[in-house]
Design a protein. Sequence first.
Length: 146
Amino acid sequence: MRQAEFIVHSLADVQEAVVFALRFAAGRTKFALSGDLGAGKTTFVKAFCQHLGVGDPVTSPSFSLVNCYSLQLPSGEITTVYHLDLYRLNSVEEAQDIGIDTYLYGEEYTFIEWPALIADYLPDDMIFIEILLLSDATRKITLSTR
């Protein structure tokens, strides 16, 4: 298990945290984000997508459960970035009904907010991101692997 921490004091720092997370991920594309409501999970995903070059507006998938964004790779190929919010799901079966395996085991970038429900199903190469609210403007971002 590897672990690293990054302190964010402003929205500008979030971009630095994304670069830090990409280095930490070392090519991995699956991210599980946890933290209290309002901690900044969606803000982190927005910054990540912006850094990757996603042109679509990135919004919270709280009601849609899954948002898909187009990403043009350096090769010119178009791929998809998936952003899931499992907060409203009540069972693993509901996660399976939305096709969770497609998002967990494909090659695309996948960001999952509120992953606890499917913790036993997460792939071994998942990057776990916990965002802890320290104050109104300060967050501690902890990155870890299994």
